[in-house]
Design a protein around this ligand. Structure first.
Ligand code: SF4
Length: 383
């Protein structure tokens, strides 16, 4: 474990240790600011732990403005834990489609089923029981339990890390100082109003103490903020050096058989598991993209195809890598489609594609595909 002495910001932390008056001032000024400037968000209008849990999971890695319509639609379709537990996986993924990081949806689904078996469909109030659920880490658990049950538990999401790092003028990247930042979040938390305080802290980070151009003139913590007082509010927090993201070249086949298109479901253990896609894979050294799709479809699905036309090339970025994806329209030649390296295969009509959850990179192909099908209507096999 890292020694606390390694952090140069230790003196600033000690400042709070002996100054209950300063902590009170920080709490009161933040709560007072929140009472007039806090955001009115759909999941703030409820104390229902399920709704708050769904929102907390959606908000991991995703902006509030993007989450709102997804949250509202989700709560209309799956308003209670038993509804989620009983929903087919495809419906859950379809409701999540476009939010990314699909593992979050699969974990929500799995956790709801666990709660039906072990907690009679109720969301637990015990921190250890919440942390045992798939997809829930310490900050998500703190966010849910403080918002739903007013429990005095700290949070430390990206916004909160930035605010606290600036508050104490942390001279290291926050990712390297997590124990210290957790301790600070716990220290500043108002034990009497944890629900409001944590929400206020998140709002301060999202709307005032923004990553770039913080609005220090509107900040309730300006007089106590070490970064501001030292003129470092534009330089902090320090960022950790980023590893270069590898780039992959992928080729996929849109295989046509009469009026149908071939799609397959990604295997359970893979990234984006449970989503549907057009078959394909990584282009091997010395192989053309067109050769790649013929080989991949044979390996994955067991059928023979031939390339008819190149459809589109798109670029897409995931968190840890980027891809160039080249798509081909292909003709089915023969063989029985089987899930050799995927979970399921289906032949579907173009209209039915929208019923299946697809990853964003595949969705970028849909406009090209629809344009191609319109242009070649009724003569696919003759192309
Ligand atoms: S004064 Fe500026 S840098 Fe400090 S917490 Fe407020 S907005 Fe952030």
């Amino acid at each position: 474990m890292k020694s606390r002495q390694t952090f140069t910001s230790e003196p600033q932390l000690a400042l709070f240790a002996g100054e209950e008056g300063q902590l009170q001032r920080l709490r009161q000024s933040l709560l007072s600011w929140f009472s007039t400037q806090g955001r009115d968000l759909p999941w703030r209008q409820t104390w229902d732990p399920y709704a708050i849990w769904v929102a907390e999971i959606m908000l991991q890695q995703t902006q509030v403005a993007t989450v709102i319509p997804y949250f509202q639609r989700w709560m209309e379709v799956l308003p209670r834990i038993p509804d989620l537990a009983a929903a087919p996986q495809q419906q859950v993924l379809k409701l999540w489609e476009g939010l990314g990081y699909y593992r979050r949806a699969l974990n929500l689904h799995k956790a709801a089923q666990i709660l039906m078996q072990e907690q009679n469909g109720e969301f637990p109030k015990q921190l250890d029981q919440v942390l045992a659920l798939p997809g829930i880490g310490r900050t998500t658990a703190g966010g849910i339990l403080s918002a739903a049950f007013n429990q005095p538990l700290p949070i430390l999401d990206g916004n909160v890390k930035r605010v606290l790092a600036r508050l104490v003028a942390l001279q290291h990247p926050p990712a390297q100082c997590l124990p210290l930042l957790w301790a600070l979040s716990e220290q500043v938390l108002d034990p009497l109003q944890p629900r409001s305080f944590n929400q206020a802290l998140m709002d301060l980070g999202a709307t005032v103490c923004r990553p770039k151009q913080p609005r220090c003139g509107e900040c309730p913590w300006q007089s106590d903020c070490s970064a501001y007082n030292q003129g470092q509010h534009l330089q902090l927090p320090m960022s950790a050096p980023r590893a270069m993201r590898p780039h992959k070249h992928i080729a996929v086949a849109i295989v046509l058989r009469g009026e149908e298109i071939l799609i397959d479901q990604r295997p359970e253990t893979s990234m984006l598991s449970g989503l549907w896609e057009f078959p394909g894979g990584k282009i091997e050294p010395g192989e053309t993209a067109a050769e790649c799709v013929v080989r991949e479809v044979k390996e994955e699905i067991g059928i023979d195809i031939e390339v008819v036309a190149e459809l589109a090339t798109i670029e897409h970025a995931y968190t840890h890598f980027t891809i160039t994806l080249i798509a081909f329209v292909c003709r089915y030649l023969g063989g029985e489609a089987r899930p050799l390296q995927c979970s399921q295969v289906r032949w579907v009509s173009p209209a039915a594609l929208s019923e299946f959850p697809f990853p964003a990179a595949n969705q970028k192909l849909f406009p090209y595909l629809h344009a191609w099908l319109t242009e070649h209507q009724g003569k696919w096999n003759a192309s």
